[in-house]
Design a protein. Structure first.
Length: 167
């Protein structure tokens, strides 16, 4: 009985350590994982996946709207000392570029729109412990009278950016 409890405790501790480790894990391209999140408001759903490459933050944004194709109107990086940082690169990401989808088809309805953004963060503009967010505005392509606004927190961005700058 004690042995089983000990094994379960070890498995639980291993899962917790893996979750914490994955927050700043580096992939084969030298990119540090920052965040992956999805949200749904009203008629729209959106998701982001963000990686840090040197001083650049690469973000893939996906959006779906019910009853029409989603149009990603605007995406920007917001936070202290940055205010609203516009992306340096803003292009459509086509289906062949990425196989795994942030918004799973069984969870969210609508036609998928995907864009790739690259934000180049100026030196000295990241404050340790600052609250940084990716903000996304999504509309239906057929009806531009109303829009849905999404805010995705980048909790580990200051820590990872400052750690990468020290290397």
């Amino acid at each position: 009985m004690v042995r089983r409890c000990f094994i379960l405790l070890m498995i639980f501790c291993a899962l917790l350590s893996v979750q914490g480790f994955c927050q700043g894990q580096q992939d084969e391209g030298g990119r540090l994982f920052v965040a992956r999140d999805t949200q749904q408001h009203g008629y729209a759903s959106a998701g982001i996946e963000a990686y840090l490459v040197g001083r650049a933050l690469e973000v893939t944004v996906e959006a779906r709207t019910v009853g029409g194709k989603a149009y990603i109107v605007n995406t920007f990086l917001a936070g202290p000392k940055l205010d609203r940082l516009a992306p340096l690169v803003n292009r459509f990401a086509f289906a062949g570029e990425r196989e795994d989808v942030i918004l799973a088809r069984d969870k969210f309805e609508g036609t998928l729109s995907r864009k790739f953004y690259k934000f180049v963060i100026p030196e000295g503009k990241i404050v340790p412990g600052g609250d940084y967010q990716i903000r996304v505005i999504v509309e239906k392509q057929q009806n531009t009278l109303s829009s849905e606004k999404f805010s995705f927190k980048l909790i580990k961005l200051p820590e990872l950016f400052l750690k990468q700058g020290q290397k």
